[in-house]
Every structure is written in structure tokens, then in C-alpha cells.
Design a binder for this molecule. Structure first.
Ligand code: HEC
Length: 133
């Protein structure tokens, strides 16, 4: 229901009277979207999330852009065999996605993405590793 909430938030600036109608149609659109996301396999939903959060502006599936390719990221972190160490690496990556960072792939820094929730960051990172082996 996060989608519905975010649609509702975006419409929230309108006056209450107008907001009622806008909210109703906004929620309807949100429900339709939520239905579509639920109907898709999880990997597709997370791909959509990565696109929606602008990750794909700098990360291509197989080519280096401003940031490393998803394949390169997946190869590096999927090489961690120990499940606990891998989970810790995913946590660290999710934190880095939100706060930004540099030095792991070269001199270009990744800017902070504070608009991405911790849960979404972890979801996208897990998808990056699973879907781009
Ligand atoms: C403006 C460009 C840009 C955007 C937008 C961007 N990244 Fe990055 N990303 C980079 C760069 C550059 C690096 C390499 C940083 C480094 O060398 O430590 C990177 C590195 C990463 C890494 C690997 C970090 C590591 O330490 O190995 C992950 C995972 C990642 N990005 C995920 C994301 C996700 C998820 C998003 C969307 C929320 C995102 N990025 C958005 C540029 C970007």
C-alpha cells in the first residue's frame, strides 16, 4: 500500500475539498498500479523500483556508465560465499546507496539517495545481485 500512500501524499497539497476527488482518483490509480506490481514476479517489481528511484540513470545492466554495471556489482558481491557475510554486504550496500560513497569502483562518487527508504534500498540491491549474476 506504499504506492497508495505516496500517491495520496502527492495530492495532499490541494485544498481538502478538491483533495477528496483527486484523492479518490489518485487512490484508484494507486490500487491499479499496486495490482499490476502484485501480478508481476518480484524481480520485475524490483526492476521497476530501480528505474523509479533513478538508479538506472547511472547503472546499466552490463555496461559501465557513471557507475559500475549491475553485472559487475553482482559478480563482486555474489562471490561472497558465506550467507552471513553476504547479508552483511547487502546491508552495507543498502546503507551506501542511501548515504552515497566513493572509492570502491574508481574516483566517481555515488551521490546520496536519501529519498530511497532503507527497505527499498535493500530490495533493489538484492535484486541487483540476484538478477545480474
Ligand atoms: C549519479 C549517478 C548514480 C546514481 C543515480 C546511482 N548510483 Fe549507484 N553508483 C554510482 C557510482 C559512481 C558508484 C561507484 C561508487 C564507488 O566507487 O564506491 C555506484 C555504486 C553503486 C553500488 C556498489 C557500491 C559498492 O560499494 O560496491 C551499488 C550497489 C549501487 N551503486 C546501487 C545504486 C542504487 C540502488 C541506486 C538507486 C537508488 C543508485 N546506485 C543510483 C553512481 C550512481
Amino acid at each position: 500500500m506504499a504506492l497508495v500512500a505516496s500517491v495520496a501524499q502527492r495530492t495532499g497539497a490541494a485544498s481538502r475539498a478538491v483533495a477528496g476527488g483527486v484523492l479518490a482518483s489518485g487512490m484508484l490509480a494507486g490500487l491499479v498500479l499496486a495490482g499490476l506490481v502484485l501480478a508481476s514476479p518480484p524481480a520485475r517489481a524490483d526492476a521497476a523500483l530501480a528505474a523509479q528511484k533513478n538508479c538506472m540513470g547511472c547503472h546499466h545492466a552490463v555496461q559501465r556508465r557513471a557507475g559500475p554495471s549491475l553485472q559487475a556489482i553482482a559478480q563482486r558481491y555474489n562471490a561472497i560465499a558465506d550467507p552471513k557475510a553476504r547479508a552483511a554486504a547487502i546491508d552495507g550496500l543498502a546503507a551506501k546507496v542511501r548515504s552515497g560513497g566513493r572509492g570502491s569502483w574508481g574516483v566517481v562518487p555515488m551521490p546520496a539517495n536519501p529519498q530511497v527508504s532503507e527497505a527499498d534500498a535493500r530490495k533493489i540491491v538484492a535484486w541487483m545481485l540476484e538478477a545480474h549474476r
